[in-house]
Design a protein. Structure first.
Length: 232
């Protein structure tokens, strides 16, 4: 199962292609250390983020892209990141990562499935932290980072300076799923605006976040994967 990268899932994420107005990346010598330090500071202040999300899954073998739109949140609970996402019709789903379990509810079939992650919680947290709230220190510990420069990008509410980082996992099992992941990070807020994950097959998972609300109350009940009546 390929979970949304929101961190990807997870989640996974986060984009309206016409709304970015991206300038070409500008590489800066010794910029990476400064970016990671800014992420460390942003992570200490991070409590939650809620955003509009666009998820695009490209399958090379059939040359087809599936797009889902919805809403996603990330919230720090103690020392971990919790995530929830609601995707709109026609492929309406609710996805939640909470207390070490991924729960997926599919509206069309009224089915709810759970996937315990007790043996892989650290790995799941590594992916979730790509979406929001991850420290620069942890990013460097889990990924080999190539700084591809600075860009200007709109998040739907404002234009911000983001750092484009290409990540190769230090975990071989992750590289079997994604050879590398490119992220566009606002280091001051410690949130990702865009992620593209590249599979060995040539498939890609793209996640875009817009209309980001940082450290504001979240209605967690709205993201609960509840069946209508009895689950089928």
């Amino acid at each position: 199962m390929r979970l949304p990268l929101l961190a990807t899932v997870a989640a996974g994420a986060l984009f309206f292609a016409t709304g970015f107005g991206v300038a070409n990346a500008q590489a800066r010598p010794d910029r990476l250390k400064s970016v990671l330090d800014q992420m460390d500071a942003g992570s200490r202040n991070f409590k939650s983020a809620e955003a509009s999300v666009q998820k695009q899954q490209f399958e090379k073998v059939v040359n087809d892209t599936t797009t889902q739109l919805g809403t996603i949140y990330f919230q720090r609970i103690g020392g971990t990141i919790q995530m929830g996402a609601k995707f709109d019709p026609p492929n309406a789903q609710t996805i939640e990562y909470k207390s070490g379990t991924v729960t997926i509810y599919t509206v069309g079939t009224n089915q709810r499935k759970t996937y315990p992650t007790s043996q892989n919680q650290a790995l799941v947290q590594t992916f979730l932290a790509l979406g929001a709230g991850g420290s620069g220190r942890d990013l460097a510990a889990n990924w080999i980072i190539t700084d591809q420069g600075t860009e200007k990008m709109s998040d739907g509410l404002q234009t911000v300076e983001v750092e484009k980082l290409d990540l190769v996992s230090r975990d071989a099992s992750v590289r079997n799923t994604y050879t590398h992941i490119t992220v566009w990070i606002d280091p001051l807020r410690d949130i990702s605006l865009k992620q593209v994950a590249f599979a060995p097959s040539g498939d890609t998972d793209t996640t875009i976040y817009t209309n980001i609300k940082l450290n504001q109350p979240i209605d967690l009940k709205a993201f609960a994967p509840k069946c209508k009546g009895k689950c089928s």
